[in-house]
Design a binder for this molecule. Structure first.
Ligand SMILES: *Cc1c(COP(=O)(O)O)cnc(C)c1O
Length: 301
């Protein structure tokens, strides 16, 4: 196993330490593209079909050419095979609009092709923060996202349900939280409704209930959250999509940040208030792990 594995969409292994993008790639110039992040565990890309389906939906939202999912699937499988089964890995699927200069060139008999999107799969080691977040949980700060829950419907160009490469504000929120002594963020709307983390879904547990904000409020539908719900329902939990106010976060048994790489991180402190671990913490962690390893039928996802 190498440090990183790079595979282009034609299925070819590339040198992960050699340059790949052109300087005028619109993904780099404007963040105009979409991505997915997938956990490799035991030599398998977890919940791959769910990630591919979301890649397609994100691409549709940006009016990118329809991704050829069979090629993406093959590229991921090639990359994961190369990565091996010994260590967990982080797979990134990157899909950008391609080269700026190709959009200026008129289509002609000599150059009849539409501009080609940039597409590749990169596997890297899982970041060091992940092990701590899984084992000990995370200190979280709630921050204003500055948007209403109505924005997703009213302004589709905000691309709120798409996993786009324009994550500079998400990263800025994480840096802000770090300066304030926290490790992660829960965004809320102008109505003080809970949204999501900069790279995770928020789920709370209360009694035998799990609650997450509905997608129409402008949060990204999370593969990890969806995988948890699929197994938790069978295990007797009531799984709900429901509006949560920030105040509700202090009236529950546990708060979880769910995401493909960290999987499940319990919030152990929110805005300076310690949140002690309830007895069923391990039960919930086990459910999420089981969920991503056996995500089941894709159904209405
Ligand atoms: C990726 C992401 C999530 C979590 O989705 P998973 O599919 O579970 O990884 C949630 N919110 C945002 C903003 C994200 O980028």
């Amino acid at each position: 196993m190498g440090e990183r594995v790079l595979v282009t969409l034609d299925g070819a292994l590339a040198d992960a330490d050699a340059p790949l993008l052109y300087a005028d790639d619109i993904g780099a110039l404007r963040g105009d593209g979409v991505f997915e992040t997938i956990l490799v565990r035991g030599g398998t890309a977890t919940a791959l079909e769910f990630h591919l389906a979301r890649l397609r939906r994100s691409a549709q939202a940006l009016e990118l050419p329809e991704p050829e999912l069979s090629k993406w699937r093959a590229a991921v499988e090639r990359a994961v095979k190369e990565w091996g089964a010994d260590d967990e890995g982080m797979v990134r699927l990157i899909y950008t609009r391609g080269r700026d200069s190709e959009f200026d060139a008129p289509r002609s008999e000599l150059a009849p092709e539409d501009p080609k999107p940039t597409a590749f799969v990169l596997v890297s080691p899982v970041p060091a923060r992940v092990a701590t977040a899984r084992a000990e949980g995370v200190k979280v700060m709630s921050l204003a996202r500055g948007i209403s829950v109505d924005l997703a419907q009213a302004a589709p160009w905000q691309l709120l349900g798409a996993k786009t490469l324009s994550y500079a504000t998400n990263m800025a929120a994480l840096r802000f939280a770090r300066r304030m002594g926290a490790e992660d963020v829960i965004f809320h709307s102008t109505e003080h409704k809970v949204l999501e983390g900069p790279r995770s879904s928020v789920v709370i547990a209360r009694g035998k209930e799990l609650i997450t904000p509905p997608a129409k409020s402008g949060v990204l539908p999370g593969v990890t959250q969806r995988s948890l719900y699929a197994v938790a329902e069978k295990a007797g939990w009531e799984c709900k999509y429901q509006t949560l106010f920030t105040a509700d976060l202090f009236d529950c048994d546990s708060i979880w940040l769910l995401s493909s790489i960290t999987v499940a991180a319990r919030v152990n402190q929110l805005d300076g208030v310690r949140m002690s671990a309830p007895d069923n913490v391990q039960e919930i962690i086990d459910l999420v792990d089981k969920g991503i390893e056996r995500p089941g039928a894709i159904g209405d996802w």
